[in-house]
Design a protein around this ligand. Structure first.
Ligand SMILES: Cc1cc2nc3c(=O)[nH]c(=O)nc-3n(C[C@H](O)[C@H](O)[C@H](O)COP(=O)(O)OP(=O)(O)OC[C@H]3O[C@@H](n4cnc5c(N)ncnc54)[C@H](O)[C@@H]3O)c2cc1C
Length: 401
């Protein structure tokens, strides 16, 4: 296998980089460079800019409004977008519900939801996890009972990212509690978040932000027309969703961007009378990170190649390496940024609190938002399937243990 990019792929990377440089609003880029997460409107604005150029649904085929790119082009686009740094495309819309509807949706569902998903007219969230059903997702209990042309949904979801922003939720519900196998009694429903009976309660995370929620359903009526695939066959849909587009899971562009930022700040920070960037220990740490990132990039290409050889129908189990190693690098790079910031990086929200008190902020701008992403990224090895579960998959499918 040739692990070099072709001249066309190199040119494509340049095209993507130039487009982002020329079109990403400067204020969004600058906030993100300092580590702040994008605001809701930032994500909407950026996705609409990309959609107008035909790039928002970067992994969809042309007939559904995507650019029809190859897996390598998608990987390059994703990496450049993260490295810019630009807001990540809302994965619930682009890598989750979009491909699911393309594969399993009715013509009406496709016609209505796909254009709205790629333009972020609808913000989607994912209602899979429940208290007691995370890694063991098949044990979910939220119940949907058919009554005429509706399902009536009762139950609770948890860790529902951005549910408070969402217009719609794709949800796994139990439609047949008597099924011989737990997986056979589950269905996949599209639920309008404005339906009476839905309550969203915030969960504030360790970084002080509101990203997560609990969602409660009490006698929520969902039209049968919002069922995706067949009743009781939702597990097949969910497996497709979870296995789809695994290569983006490494979020390598983000780690690269964080290491670049750490190096930039290390030119300013002084250590033992000299810029930190000149410190031998620091340089070794950067070199190790860069070697690890290069290794992950090559593994990513191997996974894409294996996936293409298998006909693109099922994720290569090696993609679990991308999740494990990718999240380890994300955590290590955010830790490196924190270490470079030193004591200045410790307080969260110091600049916001100073602004509220109408006082000048203490410390440089670059230190204002180092701690929060560091703290939040501890969760990266939990969401999207915990790293322990990924290691189980690797043990079984790759090592044959
Ligand atoms: C920031 C964040 C965002 C999230 N966003 C969403 C979302 O938008 N929508 C959604 O549906 N869910 C979301 N989740 C939930 C996420 O998918 C679950 O947290 C995850 O699947 C783990 O489930 P759990 O929390 O129930 O932990 P558990 O499954 O109870 O696991 C607890 C611990 O036991 C370990 N463990 C469990 N089973 C095994 C096993 N068989 N072998 C070895 N170790 C095991 C796990 O690795 C973990 O360390 C989010 C979670 C986080 C942290």
């Amino acid at each position: 296998m040739d692990l070099r990019f072709t001249p066309e792929e190199v040119a494509f990377r340049e095209e993507v980089r130039a487009f982002i440089r020329d079109n990403l609003p400067r204020e969004i880029r600058e906030r993100m460079r300092l580590g702040y997460p994008p605001r809701k409107q930032d994500t909407i604005d950026w996705m609409r800019i990309l959609n107008a150029h035909g790039w928002a649904a970067y992994n969809w085929p042309k007939e559904h409004g995507g650019p029809g790119w190859s897996p390598i082009q998608r990987m390059i686009f994703n990496e450049e977008n993260l490295a810019a740094p630009a807001p990540e495309l809302l994965s619930f819309n682009i890598t989750m519900i979009g491909p699911v509807l393309i594969q399993f949706g009715t013509p009406e569902q496709k016609a209505h939801f796909l254009p709205r998903a790629r333009n972020l007219d609808d913000w989607w969230c994912q209602g899979f996890s429940e208290p007691g059903a995370g890694s063991d997702l098949a044990s979910l209990k939220t119940r949907a009972v058919r009554e005429g042309d509706d399902y009536v949904v009762n139950g609770q979801k948890i860790w529902t990212s951005t549910a408070h922003n969402a217009d719609w939720c794709f949800c796994l519900v139990r439609t047949n509690p008597q099924a011989a196998k737990r997986q056979e009694g589950i269905s996949f429903l599209l639920i309008d978040m404005k339906t009476p009976g839905i309550e969203v309660r915030p969960i504030i995370s360790i970084d002080g932000s509101h990203h997560l929620n609990e969602v409660f359903f009490t006698d929520v009526k969902v039209p049968v027309a919002n069922l995706v695939g067949e009743e009781n066959k939702g597990w097949t849909v969910a497996k497709y969703l979870l296995g789809n587009e695994r290569t983006g899971i490494a979020r390598l562009g983000k780690s690269k961007e964080r290491v670049r930022f750490a190096k930039e700040i290390a030119r300013e920070v002084r250590h033992r009378g000299a810029p930190l960037i000149e410190d031998r220990g620091f340089r070794q740490r950067v070199a190790q990170m860069e070697v690890d990132m290069k290794a992950l990039e090559i593994t990513q290409l191997r996974v894409i190649s294996a996936y293409a050889k298998a006909g693109g129908n099922r994720p290569d189990p090696l993609s679990s390496v991308l999740k494990v190693k990718g999240t380890e690098l994300l955590q290590a790079s955010s830790e490196m940024v924190m270490d470079v910031g030193g004591p200045q990086a410790m307080p969260i929200w110091q600049h916001e609190l100073a602004a509220m008190a109408n006082e000048p902020a203490i410390g440089p701008d670059w230190a204002a938002y180092m701690a929060a992403p560091y703290l939040m990224l501890r969760a990266a090895s939990i969401y999207g399937g915990t790293n322990e579960i990924q290691k189980n998959i690797l043990n079984k499918a790759v090592l044959g243990l």
